[in-house]
Design a protein around this ligand. Structure first.
Ligand SMILES: Cc1cc2nc3c(=O)[nH]c(=O)nc-3n(C[C@H](O)[C@H](O)[C@H](O)COP(=O)(O)O)c2cc1C
Length: 170
């Protein structure tokens, strides 16, 4: 079917479908030297079972992206809905303006990357490669050590935070 033959509104299908989807949100942290960074991400997914691989899409506008380019990897957290404030801090503020890590509890994790307390779970990932996706860049991770906490049955999802104003435009 040519575009001319498509029914009215068909060109909006992609936006309508992805806007209505629901999926878990992730909070990624990273460190390059003494520079810490982290942000909320929705563009993230397991991409292979054997070997295990996980892909994170970081906006080129984000402070986190710039630090991640120089970092050995990322720590990927999932959040329970009783800690929605962590999603608001890391998704609604930018490290270009505020020190997010002064406003939450964390400790050093694998590769020296901050691991946030008060999360439902996390895993570390060494960056194998990164490649262009458009206004985002993909970071392909080899998952490593991690920890399972409480609240995996009530994770923060896209629909919980879709009204949140991002700290950076995409
Ligand atoms: C619902 C939602 C989804 C988001 N998804 C992503 C994403 O997949 N990748 C990304 O880099 N930023 C994403 N962001 C935006 C960043 O979390 C936000 O701009 C953050 O403030 C950037 O912080 P930074 O500049 O300290 O890195 C999302 C924000 C929201 C509210």
């Amino acid at each position: 079917m040519s575009d001319a033959a498509l029914p009215a509104g068909a060109d909006q299908a992609f936006e309508t479908i992805v806007g209505g989807l629901d999926y878990p949100m992730f909070l990624v942290t990273t460190r390059a030297g003494d520079r810490l960074a982290g942000c909320l991400v929705g563009f993230a997914s397991q991409t292979s079972i054997d070997p295990p691989r996980f892909l994170v899409g970081l906006s080129k506008q984000n402070h986190t992206y710039r630090i991640a380019l120089d970092a050995p990897g990322l720590v990927v957290h999932v959040l329970a809905t009783d800690h929605l404030e962590l999603a608001e801090l890391f998704g609604g503020e930018t490290g270009d303006e505020v020190d997010k890590f002064a406003r939450c509890d964390w400790s050093d994790g694998p590769l020296g990357i901050p691991v946030l307390h008060d999360v439902a779970g996390w895993f570390s990932g060494r960056t194998l490669e990164h490649f262009d996706l458009g206004d985002h860049t993909a970071f392909l991770l080899e998952p490593g050590a991690g920890e399972v906490g409480h609240g995996l049955d009530r994770l923060v999802t896209f629909q919980d935070v879709r009204e949140l104003e991002p700290g950076h435009d995409a």
